[in-house]
Design a protein around this ligand. Structure first.
Ligand SMILES: CC(C)(COP(=O)(O)OP(=O)(O)OC[C@H]1O[C@@H](n2cnc3c(N)ncnc32)[C@H](O)[C@@H]1OP(=O)(O)O)[C@@H](O)C(=O)NCCC(=O)NCCS
Length: 411
């Protein structure tokens, strides 16, 4: 395979994902993407008809996010009819998976120029709106493998790893502090595309809306755990609760300590991200200066009830493929799905916590499911350039017990 180049990356700000309240909650998700496509084109000056495909990750593909959003976003952007679009779902890693498929496409020689990214308007198409639950309602599968909701998995991981509520809240405090500093210093400015009202052109949002820079340890400690009643919910014919099912699989946990709250879990938000990828041929012939290349990309499967422990094995696999060690990575983006995921991954890989999520993460900024992977890649790239550093590894936990990792290297 030849090289896949990253030419550019853009994202919308993340708006609060509350219907009628968040600044982006009045915007159709196709329009969020359309605005990014047009900005990418303006920044890069490429001819849209040269784009071989627009690949987008979207988790809840129903209603406004159904009907192959990627193709409709191409049309909404006013791009030529010749540009196709495809929508995919790898749960929370969808946006990064889109980048992987795009990178594979340009590296294989099948394509020259690809836009890859994702979108999720969680205010307009709420999490779970596709009605599939965790297993599509397949009772036979459920008897074999019971996939508890992610919040229960996160609390189970914290219990098994012995993370205290203080340690868990510490991740949230740091996420908020790092995000606040990044916003204050304009570190996100390079990639941010302000969103305007598609009808009037009026500015709707130009900076992330979800962070709470005034967050304190005491404020976090006062929040009630979010997944206690989930854990107590009876789901089995013999009175089995979700906590009980998790404990039957992991009896060594003793009892599940519910430590995740609204303050230390990823936020529900709206947003979109897009990355422009190009082949060696396009770069050579077009005289384009790439910003980075994809050095390795991996996905793995892990135990589906614990579900969220995929980032460490996915990262190890990517490092192995790249012929690198964890010490070679300057910056880590470990998606803050839940605080325990960041702690568990950092511990399992034995990496320096100071290199992890240096500009905050989904706890402070929010996690627009299908978009986050593409957003993290752009954030990592901007920060590598700002520090004049070389390599970043982006990794995420994924529903169904999966993990994804991408190693990005500056040219
Ligand atoms: C955890 C979760 C259930 C909380 O939902 P919620 O209760 O609606 O959370 P909100 O963000 O509205 O916050 C609720 C309240 O907590 C408090 N709060 C939240 N963050 C806080 C902070 N940093 N400091 C102090 N208080 C805080 C506030 O009082 C807030 O209410 P307000 O917005 O009216 O001020 C939800 O965020 C969630 O499901 N997250 C995970 C998403 C997920 O599973 N993604 C896919 C897998 S990763």
């Amino acid at each position: 395979m030849s090289t896949s180049y990253v030419i550019d990356a853009v994202r919308t700000p993340r708006g609060r994902g509350k219907a009628g309240k968040g600044a982006l909650s009045g915007v159709h998700p196709q329009e969020l993407v359309a605005q990014l496509l047009n900005r990418l084109q303006q920044r890069g000056g490429f001819e849209p008809k040269r784009v071989d495909d627009v690949i987008l990750g979207i988790v809840s593909q129903v209603g406004e996010q159904g009907a192959n959003l990627a193709r409709n976003a191409v049309l909404a952007a006013g791009w030529p009819n010749e540009v196709p679009g495809v929508s995919l779902n790898r749960f929370c890693a969808s946006g990064l998976q889109a980048v992987h498929f795009g990178a594979m496409g340009v590296a294989s020689g099948a394509m020259d120029l690809v836009v890859a990214g994702g979108v999720e308007s969680m205010s307009r198409v709420p999490m779970g709106a596709d009605g599939g639950g965790t297993d599509g309602g397949n009772v036979r599968l459920r008897e074999r493998v019971f996939q508890v909701p992610q919040g229960i998995s996160a609390d189970l991981i914290a219990t098994l790893e012995g993370f205290t509520r203080e340690e868990i809240d510490g991740v949230a405090l740091r996420s908020q502090a790092n995000a606040a500093r990044a916003i204050e210093e304009g570190r996100f400015a390079k990639s941010l595309v302000p969103v305007v009202d598609p009808n009037t052109g009026t500015l709707l949002l130009e900076r992330d809306e979800f962070p709470r820079p005034d967050t304190t340890a005491a404020g976090l400690a006062a929040l009630n755990p979010s997944f206690v009643s989930f854990g107590e919910a009876v789901v089995g014919p013999n009175g089995e609760t979700l906590d009980g099912i998790a404990l039957a699989a992991y009896p060594q946990a003793g009892a599940i300590r519910h430590v995740h709250t609204a303050g230390n879990s990823s936020g529900i938000v709206d947003g979109a991200g897009a990355v422009l990828l190009a082949s060696e041929r396009y770069v050579r012939e077009g005289g384009v200066k790439p910003r980075a290349k994809i050095r390795a990309m991996t996905t793995v499967g892990t135990e589906p009830l614990l579900m969220l422990t995929g980032p460490a094995p996915a990262s190890e696999k990517a490092l192995r493929i790249a012929g690198m060690t964890a010490r070679d990575i300057d910056l880590w983006e470990i998606n803050e799905a839940f605080a325990a995921v960041v702690l568990q991954t950092t511990r399992a890989l034995g990496i320096d916590a100071e290199r992890v999520n240096v500009n905050g993460g989904a706890i402070a900024l929010g996690h627009p499911l299908g978009a986050t992977g593409a957003m993290l890649l752009g954030t990592a790239l901007d920060e590598l350039e700002r520090r004049d550093a070389q390599t970043a590894l982006v990794t995420m936990c994924v529903g169904g017990g999966q993990g994804i990792a991408t190693i990005l290297e500056r040219i």
